[in-house]
Structures are given as C-alpha cells and as structure tokens.
Design a protein around this ligand. Structure first.
Ligand SMILES: Nc1ncnc2c1ncn2[C@@H]1O[C@H](COP(=O)(O)OP(=O)(O)OP(=O)(O)O)[C@@H](O)[C@H]1O
Ligand SMILES: [Mg+2]
Length: 208
C-alpha cells in the first residue's frame, strides 16, 4: 500500500512545527511508518539551497526564488518523498508547494500561473493527499514566533506581507477544497488537536 503524503502549511508562527510533532506521535501510535521532512530542504542539496534562500542578506528576483524552490523540490520528490511513499511509508512535510504560491506569489507578487507552470513541470499531477493549513492573523503569528520588535513601519510592512501570504493560502484552499483543510490556528494547541484527531483518523482510514 502506498503511503500517504501529508503537508502542513501556514504563515510563520502559525503552529505547523508544533502540530507536526503531535501528528507524528498520533500516527506512530497507530503503527504507521513515518518520514518527517521539510521544505525548502529535505535533501542535502535542498538544505544547502534552503540556507541560501533564507539568507536575509540575499535579495533574489522572485523568479529565481521560485526556480530554486522547485529545483530543491524536484530532488526532494525524486530522492526522498516518492521512494518513501512507494515503500508504504507516510510522509509528513513541513511546507510544500502551497507555500511557494503563498510566499512567492501572494507575498512577493510573482504571477500565480508561472508557479502553476513549475508545479506541473515538477510534480506532474502529484499532490499531497492531505494538507493542513493553519490559518492565523499575521499579528498573532508574529507575537508567537517572538520576532524582535522592530520599528513600527517595518512591523506594519511585515504584517502586510504576511496578510498577503495568508490570503494566497486561502485562495489555494478554495482551488483545492478536497485536499486542503483550513484550521483556525488561533485556538489553544490542545483545542486544535482535539478537533483535528478525528478528522485525521477518518481521512486516513484509521480506526480510533
Ligand atoms: N495554538 C497555539 N497557541 C499558542 N501558542 C502556540 C500555538 N501553536 C504554537 N504555538 C507556539 O507558537 C510558537 C510558534 O509555533 P511553531 O514553531 O509551531 O510555528 P510554525 O508555524 O512552525 O512557525 P515557522 O513558520 O516560523 O516555523 C511556538 O513557540 C509554539 O509553542
Ligand atoms: Mg516551523
């Protein structure tokens, strides 16, 4: 049996990594073989690209950024994700292609259809089975991730950027209603888990 491919999405500080750890524990408790990975990254090459992509001193053209994201993704799919799924291992991935739409298009203004073209080129129809999208107001995400208080103008610009990222995630969810699940990430950690558990178990065909 092919494994399931589950991705977690949302703006910075939404709670992806927190809930990924919990979800991994839940699935493992049900005896499911699991691989945890992330994007950008997931391979040695991808992690090198991640360092370059997340380097704040490096301002790349949005096209370049998107191309590098998909280059890393191609490696990740070929060397890690697809082999694992074929071996029956489930894959939990912290961010995937929805994040490229959200950040590079929503945030940085790259045309949506250019990313769609790369998505088609690299994924050839392969999509996650389930995507959990943690939706939260940018101010709350910022407060949670404890980003150091910057001068007000910068803070506002930052919130405006994340607000566009958030809207782009919501657009992706409207375009992929069966795969993407929007979760109100402003709720306490435990509340989110209580709501998510039965949904996950049912979608994944696991008896609780
Ligand atoms: N539902 C929640 N309520 C309150 N605090 C939370 C909640 N979820 C996560 N947190 C806290 O918020 C902070 C950010 O969470 P986390 O690292 O999981 O977010 P993330 O989406 O992975 O962020 P990033 O995109 O920056 O990696 C952590 O300190 C975490 O403990
Ligand atoms: Mg994280």
């Amino acid at each position: 049996m092919r494994g399931k491919f589950i991705t977690l999405e949302g703006i910075d500080g939404a709670g992806k990594s927190t809930q990924l750890q919990w979800l991994a524990g839940l699935l493992e408790a049900h005896g499911i073989p699991l691989l945890i990975t992330r994007e950008p990254g997931g391979t040695e090459f991808g992690e090198k690209l991640r360092q370059m992509l997340l380097d704040r001193n490096q301002r790349l053209h949005p096209d370049t950024e998107a191309l590098l994201m998909f280059a890393a993704r191609r490696e990740h799919l070929a060397k890690v994700i697809v082999p694992a799924l074929e071996a029956g291992t489930w894959v939990l991935c912290d961010r995937f292609t929805d994040a490229t739409f959200a950040y590079q298009s929503g945030g940085s203004g790259l045309a949506w259809d250019r990313i769609e073209a790369l998505e088609q080129w690299v994924q050839q129809g392969l999509q996650p089975d389930i995507t959990l999208c943690f939706d939260i107001a940018p101010e709350l995400g910022r407060a949670r991730s404890g980003r150091i208080k910057q001068p007000d103008r910068f803070e506002q610009e930052q919130d405006a950027f994340f607000s566009r990222v958030r809207q782009a995630y919501l657009r992706r969810a409207r375009e992929h209603p069966d795969r993407m699940h929007i979760i109100d990430a402003s709720a306490p950690v435990i509340e989110i888990q209580k709501k998510l558990e039965p949904v996950i178990l049912s979608i994944c065909g696991i008896k609780s």
